[in-house]
Design a protein around this ligand. Structure first.
Ligand code: AMP
Length: 509
């Protein structure tokens, strides 16, 4: 299908879309009211209507169990994992295990997996863009967090397939931000991208040489983000209330929802002013029926004190990534800030102190990722050689196989560059063995089972022969998107073996 190619930042909290127009300018696609971001939220209202984006967000507080937010945190994850359990504490909607161990969200009679939810969001983005541009959208470059593993990446691709949107490339968010910053500047610089979003924190170090982008190292914390700032304020307010009135608000879900909502707004206010009121009239009642209010003023200084450990932690992680890249801070030419929570002044101050220079002004924290994706999409779509971009990325966690003793035998190390291919030789362990099985994992734990299972591969059709006489070479090919393909062949005859994959994308429907 002919059509336009766009860049999409499929975010945890908000998503955005951008395009390179015919005149070469990059344009953020505006949504109704001129906003350039759309909440990544999908809901079913009481009448059974599907709502996406602003409409879904508007009714969220009234309809929390039928409003799916944070889908990106669950996509490609195992239902049984500790991560999903932890997320369940934050989410008001129900989750259950799907056929392939994935997460399913039931609403009424329907069962949604996370690729389907993401597909709804992608589809709305595409419709808004097509209406705005008055042209169909056929293809997209979609960004994902650098720490996404193979399964999470596959699940995002799957979301595109479900709505017939060709995701021509998945790229990492920090890489996209670096492209927004440097693709047209003919730079020779090494930059650090400090990305603090709603739920996660990421740092990448990227070398830019003209139109070549080479990621040197990446790292982060998947449990550190704006929500932790909100929670610090929520805890403070609740403790204050307990002290004043002897009432524990945590047992009152409606009061908690109102506090959460106001906490985020107050936090955002405090980025721009030195104090903000925190008032909720009639937040609860005493057992005798007397209404109680929250009536506080939060100062920026107080909030800074409450959240100082969070800021400190981001700097420690940044330091680790810079060291992983084999560099010292003074070797970094620029620092790019991405993600809404980087607007917090104490973050900017800490970044300036650690890196010894203020962050670059030219990068828009909410738009850089979509803009970079659009620029990269444009470069992939053009025949002009001077527009081509070369990208060398890294994988965020090791990829390896399980040994007989259950250890992780690393095939690619953490921060190994991609595209990359490696092979592993093995041989038959009994006479006339017909097949070889390997389990592939991704993660940094020494024990394979503590990492994420990417797939169980079975290679069949081995030549009959005594044990040890048939040599099998398994080739692991990781493309620039961080997506893995595994094949095997008989080393002596060159003959390829048939491959069956048991679990690959758990999101496959
Ligand atoms: P993102 O995932 O990049 O959209 O970032 C969303 C996070 O940024 C949420 O936790 C927001 O509350 C937070 N955020 C947005 N604007 C601000 C602001 N001005 N000051 C502090 N945090 C903000």
């Amino acid at each position: 299908m002919p059509g336009e190619i766009v860049g999409i930042d499929l975010g945890t909290t908000n998503s955005a879309c951008a395009i390179v127009e015919d005149d070469g300018n990059v344009k953020m696609i505006p949504y109704r009211g001129g906003e350039t971001t759309i909440p990544s939220i999908f809901a079913i209202d009481e009448k059974g209507n599907e709502l996406v984006g602003h409409e879904a967000k508007r009714q969220w507080l009234l309809n929390p169990r039928r409003t799916i937010y944070g889908a990106k945190r669950l996509i490609g994850r195992d239902y049984q994992s500790g991560f999903v359990k932890k997320m369940g504490e934050y989410f008001a909607y129900e989750m259950k295990p799907g056929d392939q161990g994935n997460v399913i969200i039931p609403i009424d009679e329907a069962q949604y997996n996370l690729s389907q939810v993401s597909a709804k969001i992608l589809n709305t983005i595409r419709t808004v863009a097509a209406d705005y541009l008055q042209k169909p959208i056929a293809k997209a470059v979609v960004t994902v967090p650098a720490y996404f593993n193979d399964r999470q990446r596959q699940a995002v691709k799957e979301a595109g397939k479900l709505i017939d949107l060709e995701i021509i490339r998945i790229i990492n968010e920090p890489t996209a931000a670096a492209m927004a910053y440097g693709i047209r500047q003919n730079l020779n610089q090494t930059v650090a991208i400090y990305d603090l979003g709603g739920g996660t924190f990421d740092v990448s170090v990227i070398e830019i040489r003209g139109r070549t982008f080479e990621v040197k190292a990446t790292g982060g914390d998947i449990f550190l983000g704006g929500i932790d700032w909100d929670n610090a304020l929520i805890r403070y307010v609740i403790e204050d209330f307990q002290q004043k009135h002897g009432v524990d608000l945590t047992t009152d879900p409606i009061a908690m929802q109102r506090i959460k909502d106001l906490a985020e707004r107050t936090k955002i206010d405090l980025s721009a002013r030195t104090e903000a009121p925190f008032s909720i009239p009639f937040v609860t009642m005493t057992p005798e029926g007397t209404p109680l209010d929250i009536n506080m003023v939060i100062t920026r200084d107080k909030f800074q004190e409450l959240t100082e450990p969070l800021v400190k932690r981001t700097v420690e992680i940044a330091d680790m990534v810079v060291k992983d890249a084999g560099l010292g801070v003074h070797q970094l030419d620029e620092i790019l800030l991405v993600g809404g929570q980087t607007r917090w002044p104490a973050v900017q101050k800490a970044v300036t102190e650690y890196f010894g220079k203020p962050p670059a002004k030219s990068v828009h924290p909410d738009e850089a990722v979509a803009v970079g994706a659009a620029l990269y999409a444009h470069s992939l779509d053009t025949d002009a050689v001077d527009q081509k971009v070369q990208l060398l990325d890294v994988i965020p966690m090791a990829i390896g196989i399980e040994s007989a003793s259950g250890d992780m035998v690393e095939v690619f190390k953490r921060n190994a560059s991609v595209p990359n291919a490696k092979s592993l030789d093995t041989t038959t362990s009994y006479d006339n063995q017909e097949e070889v099985q390997v389990r592939i994992y991704q993660g940094d734990s020494r024990r394979a089972k503590e990492n994420d299972l990417l797939g169980e591969f079975e290679f069949s059709g081995l030549r009959p022969g005594p044990k040890g006489s048939v040599n099998v070479q398994i080739v692991f090919d990781c493309n620039v998107e961080g997506i893995l393909t595994v094949t095997a062949h008989d080393k002596d005859t060159g003959k390829s073996m048939e491959t069956t994959v048991r679990v690959q994308s758990t999101e496959a429907v």
